[in-house]
Ligand binder design. Sequence first.
Ligand code: E4P
Length: 229
Amino acid sequence: MLYIIDSANLEEIRSLVEYYPIDGVTTNPTIISKEHNPDFLALIRAIRSIIGEERMLHVQTTATRAEEIIKEAYALKEIVGGNFYLKVPISEEGLKATRKLKGMGINVTVTAIFTQQQALIAAKAGAAFVAPYVNRLDNIVSDGVHVVTEIVELFKLHNITSCRVLAASFKSIEQVHKTSMIGCHAVTLNPDMFQKLVYHPLTLTAIEDFNKDWAAVYGDRKILDMAEN
Ligand code: E4P
């Protein structure tokens, strides 16, 4: 399963890429707006420079007409470079753009997916990823993980291998865990979620005990000191 950062904060991205096995970054206009950076293109270029050329960078279009979406895709692909995906919210115009962009060799992630059939038709239109929103479904007393489960199942049933499921909008580790249990291809998480993924109080206790037991016999001597002497 791919782990992707859902943020445009340069410091957080820099830190996460250093510590975690990160496969890419997703942004959307809301995430971008949180950085209050008047130079959007400089911000996107800086993200690319931090994550390198190979990791995926998903940048969302702000256009609504297919022709404009396609023009933005070309411009952004040129500016962003590397492993680039244009995020397009699902709509008729978005599907039209997706079909054309697929033919032109530009990767599209169809986003703001809330139903199984939205995902299926986006995949058929040529999306490389579909992004269903788990927590936003849970918030309306729907079941986000269930929707993701059925999208993954639908893709298997219909032998769709050209489109993967990039589940988004997570607020709990339980949502992430259940999503990974059904074989979802990718999750995009805000930076706080990565820390929650690795945290457990019993792990901290275990590490404290290891340190205490070592110190009881060896004091503050380190393995490296012993190896060098
Ligand atoms: C990512 O592609 C989505 O835009 C994002 O995960 C939505 O998350 P939110 O529901 O926390 O805004």
